[in-house]
Design a protein around this ligand. Structure first.
Ligand code: AMP
Ligand code: GLY
Length: 434
């Protein structure tokens, strides 16, 4: 098949890499891709958010499928634009991508569909939002409605902190239009995990569970990032929870969207909070609650989940994109995967680019290096982002997978490189507790 993947991060490299592992050989393109995707695909000089550019290329080149990686082009209507030209695309139309693009909309759908989630209210007026705080215990969560590059959520420990977050968004315009509405939301206690559900708007297939590490430093300290590592499966999600997640969370959302005329195709990513054993969230009466939905594959979850998928991946994506997911053959391999992000000093704040990366070597055996923020320099690959590489190890056990990833990472270096040393610590703690 001829396939274009839009995006330039580790997620997109992992999607292209997994496509390159299919028995059937594909003709692969990336828009714009990075130094890693260049070894398995043709990088096009077109940005992922350049809807006119991608659509023009697709109209001329007639790919069998376009896979959209990041949320911004989904929310902006790239899939709608491709559909108008008769090009199949993996990813929801803009009306479906609102599940990620508007937290208010996602709450409205969840409420209508009876999906377990924290209680929340939406405000445009700061005084009204502050008055509502009286109805919530601390900590309380303040969220910008729209896309804020992962920065629009404040978990406030005190009322003053919550009031400041409300003022920052509604009065100070900290996130522009994305923060013109805010949600005041009940805090959910527990352990987070990610479920990537593939759907064609009717059939739903849950991909293997995973957990990412959002904080920058070991021990889950420091500011939130896009994710510093991930592993799959996540033992906090028991096999017993999976049918409930499918029947009570994913399917009701997909059906509620369809009832409103939106056929959701692609990945519906549920960020879930699993409350400690014996506990449940009062408002929903459930142990498993939705923190957020995303309209795409997670990054870095994808770098840990896709190496575990067998079968013809391109066909599975095409089936989802064209409404025949019931015919897809998605096989999960009996192995564990862990991925560790190597980041640039300063990330998630300001950082330098253009540092030469050494020791990349060749993939093989039980590891693969996905490029997140790299580009080809005059004499080799250089850094081009905060998250630079995502190094994945696989093995029969979590220990093997994690050790493989760290061993590979030990041979790689660039000035200012740092990474978390405790990826999968929650799963190891769980094993020790047993
Ligand atoms: P989001 O952008 O919605 O994924 O939120 C970012 C992070 O904030 C989540 O991954 C959680 O760690 C945290 N968070 C968001 N909402 C809640 C909530 N209701 N209770 C506890 N933590 C939350
Ligand atoms: N790893 C979190 C995300 O992709 O949103």
């Amino acid at each position: 098949m001829k396939i274009l993947v839009a995006g330039s991060g580790g997620r997109e490299h992992a999607i292209l890499w997994r496509l390159s592992q299919d028995e059937e050989k594909h003709e692969l393109y990336a828009a714009p891709g990075n130094a890693g995707t260049a070894s398995i695909a043709v990088n096009l000089p077109v940005g992922a958010e350049d809807i006119a550019g991608i659509t023009a290329w697709a109209e001329k080149e007639r790919p069998d499928l376009v896979v959209v990686g990041p949320e911004a082009p989904l929310v902006a209507g790239l899939v709608d634009a491709l559909a108008a030209k008769g090009i199949p695309a993996f990813g929801p139309v803009a009306a479906g991508a609102r599940m990620e693009g508007s937290k208010r909309f996602a709450k409205e759908i969840m409420k209508a569909a009876g999906v377990p989630t924290g209680r929340a209210e939406t405000f445009t007026d700061a005084a009204a939002a502050k008055a509502a705080l009286a109805g919530y215990s601390l900590p309380v969560v303040i969220k910008a409605d729209g896309l804020a590059a992962g920065k629009g959520v404040v978990v406030a420990e005190t009322r003053a902190e919550a009031e400041k977050a409300i003022d920052d968004m509604l009065v100070g315009n900290k996130f522009g239009d994305a923060g013109a509405e805010v949600l005041v939301e009940e805090f959910l206690d527990g352990e987070e995990c990610s479920i990537l559900a593939m759907t064609d708007g009717e059939t739903v297939v849950l991909l293997p569970s995973s957990q990412d590490h959002k904080r920058v430093f070991d021990g889950d300290k420091g500011p939130n990032t896009g994710g510093m590592g991930a592993y799959s499966p996540a033992p906090v999600v028991t096999d017993g929870m999976l049918p409930e997640i499918k029947e009570k969370i994913i399917l009701p959302v997909v059906r509620e969207l369809r009832r409103r005329g939106v056929v959701y195709r692609g990945i519906l990513y549920a960020g879930l909070m699993i409350t400690p054993e014996g506990g449940r969230i009062a408002a929903s009466g459930s142990r498993v609650n939705v923190v957020e939905f995303n309209a795409r594959f997670g990054d870095p979850e994808t770098e840990a989940v896709l190496p575990r998928l067998g079968g013809n991946f391109a066909k599975a994506l095409l089936h989802a994109a064209t409404g025949s997911l019931d015919e897809a053959d998605i096989v999960v391999k009996d192995c564990v995967a862990a991925t560790v992000i190597a980041a640039s000093a300063g990330y998630p704040g300001a950082y330098e680019k253009g540092r030469k990366i050494s020791g990349l070597g060749a993939d093989g055996g039980s590891t693969v290096v996905f490029h997140c923020g790299t580009k080809a320099g005059a004499d080799g690959v250089v850094t081009a982002g905060g998250r630079v590489l995502s190094v994945t190890g696989t093995g029969a056990t979590l220990r093997e997978a994690v050790d493989a990833a760290y061993a590979r990472l030990a041979g790689i270096s660039f000035e200012g490189m740092f990474y978390r040393r405790d990826i999968a610590h929650r799963a190891f703690e769980r094993q020790e507790a047993k």
